[in-house]
Design a protein around this ligand. Structure first.
Ligand code: NAD
Length: 499
């Protein structure tokens, strides 16, 4: 029997009532392994009401006590890392080492959040005039929503949710309906850690549930991670409903290889960053930009055999390099983009279409694919492919490489490989991209720094985790205070100054 998943509301599992469900697949076999309920507006409303009750309790709890519960949750994440990697891998398809890496990045943010008593501290000035002390404090917003994508089903709900909860909010996660079980697992761990009921909730669903959150009068803020089209809609619709919204979206990340770079290191970096997680990462490198013809030749000579050697496989196959894509539609889309690249005139050096694996004939696999001589006009250059496809562009100059990057609609991550500090410095200054790597192909900042892209890779001003998350998930209050002994006699009608 196919397992029927449940929402997580008020500290317990709650069956879906809408009668609508979506199938959840094991991408390695193509089999349906679960059905996830798709919440109605009325169900979302119930979740928000429950979360408000959780918020009343949680926001009144002393901050160090809140931190100790987060600390316990961190311990449970560490203890359950293997189980969580299994749940994640089965539905997402990524390999166990990759899943553990993702979980670790979620643990990192949880560790950062344990310092919330320090992070949330306000500001104080004594006697700013007339014996008045002036102080600013950060208060939670209330019930906040987190709408998360399929490609990091543990890390991203944690990146936003742990910071939201650390700041004293209640959190409603609407995870991807394609790999929803990890979100339920996290919610159970929170309850085990002692989080009051209703503070961390999971409502499964699709556009109907998302719209219900976006329009709900008792949800003041929404954090979103996903594709650009959906993110732009969420940002605009959420703002139109007077919410604070941040949306982290699609990407096309370039890596520039300078003629002085160590070519073996550069090729290895491209294999890891281009094909890890089958390219289904917002920080994947999908475009390699060689500076000069000799660089292109040296790179291709090293890359092609390495790409050829990459093996497709299921999440629990220790030999696997390339996991299956999330759905059969994703597989078909990526394969049709490869066909488009051939029609557009790019040189297809390694073709991953039609990949088959014995015993996994129904799996959604696309093999590692390498294009050479890709140009700026081609669809395969412009589009976020989100699959195991690496495009090497025609040789560029340093200036034209920077121009290409700045002209692209996305600006999430970028990297340069070089031994020359001047080039690296000029590059970091000139590119309009949120996260830059110098000889670091996947420059995802650590939890105590901020994460976020530029241009159409992000909507809204604030970034994910780091100090900016404290700003996003709190509102500021400023209090001017004095005591009767400091008040001068008589009414003062002129506008107050610091005399
Ligand atoms: P997606 O946009 O399809 O889905 C994201 C979330 O939005 C899911 O919870 C989904 O249920 C919901 N959703 C989907 N369609 C909707 C609609 N029409 N209205 C309202 N809600 C809707 O994204 P995905 O395929 O799950 O994730 C992959 C995308 O996410 C890629 O574009 C990737 O680059 C991006 N991503 C970005 C970052 C980042 O930090 N910039 C990180 C991870 C993933």
């Amino acid at each position: 029997m196919t397992e029927e998943l449940k929402h997580w509301v008020g500290g317990k599992k709650v069956a879906g009532e809408s009668g609508r469900f979506a199938d959840v697949f094991n991408p390695a076999t193509g089999e349906v392994i679960a059905r996830v309920p798709l919440a109605s507006r009325a169900e979302v409303d119930k979740v928000v009401k429950n979360a408000q009750e959780g918020f009343e309790v949680w926001s009144e709890m002393a901050v160090p006590k809140r931190a100790s519960i987060i600390f316990r949750f961190r311990e449970l994440l560490v203890q359950n890392q293997d189980k969580l990697a299994e749940v994640l891998g089965r539905e997402h398809g990524k390999t166990i080492p990759d899943a553990k890496g993702e979980i670790q990045r979620g643990i990192d943010v949880t560790e950062f959040a344990c310092g919330v008593p320090h992070l949330i501290k306000g500001e104080f000035n004594q006697n700013v005039g007339g014996n008045i002390d002036l102080y600013s404090i950060r208060e939670p917003l209330g019930v906040v929503g987190g709408i998360t994508p399929f490609n990091f089903p543990v890390m991203i709900p944690l990146w936003m949710g742990v910071m939201a909860v650390a700041c004293g909010n209640a959190y409603v996660n609407k995870p991807s309906e394609r790999d929803p079980s990890s979100a339920d697992f996290l919610a159970e761990l929170w309850t085990e850690a002692g989080l009051p009921d209703g503070v961390w909730n999971v409502v499964h669903g699709d556009k109907e549930a998302v719209d219900a959150l976006l329009e709900h009068p008792d949800v003041p803020a929404i954090s979103f991670v996903g594709s650009t089209g959906v993110g732009e809609y969420i940002y605009q619709h959420g703002c139109a409903n007077n919410k604070r919204v941040q949306a982290f979206c699609g990407a096309k990340n370039h890596m520039v290889i300078m003629p002085d770079a160590d070519m073996d290191q550069a090729a290895d970096a491209l294999i890891g960053a281009g094909f890890g997680s089958a390219g289904e990462r917002c920080m994947a490198i999908s475009v390699a930009v060689p500076v000069g013809q000799a660089t292109q030749d040296a790179l291709i000579e090293r890359l092609a055999p390495k790409v050829e050697a990459l093996k497709i496989g299921a999440y629990n196959d220790p030999e696997a390099d390339i996991n299956p894509l999330i759905t059969v539609q994703a597989k078909e889309r990526v394969e049709s983009l490869i066909t488009k690249g051939v029609e557009e005139g790019a040189d297809l050096l390694v073709d991953g279409r039609g990949a088959r694996l014995q015993g996994y004939e129904g799996g959604f696999f696309v093999g590692a694919t390498l294009f050479n001589n890709v140009s700026r006009e081609m669809d395969i250059y412009k589009t976020e492919i989100f699959g195991p496809v690496l495009s090497v562009t025609k040789p560029q100059s340093f200036d034209s490489a920077v121009q290409m990057i700045n002209d692209h609609e996305y600006g999430n991550g970028v990297a340069i490989f070089t031994r020359d500090g001047d080039s690296a410095r000029a590059f970091s200054k000139r590119v309009d991209v949120g996260m830059i790597g110098v000889n670091v192909p996947i420059p995802v900042p650590m939890a105590f720094h901020n994460f976020g892209g530029a241009k159409r890779s992000k909507f809204g001003d604030t970034q994910m985790h780091g100090p900016e998350s404290i700003r996003f998930f709190t509102k500021m209050k400023t209090i001017s205070s004095r005591w009767p002994s400091g008040i001068k006699e008589g009414a003062q009608l002129a506008f107050p100054t610091n005399d």
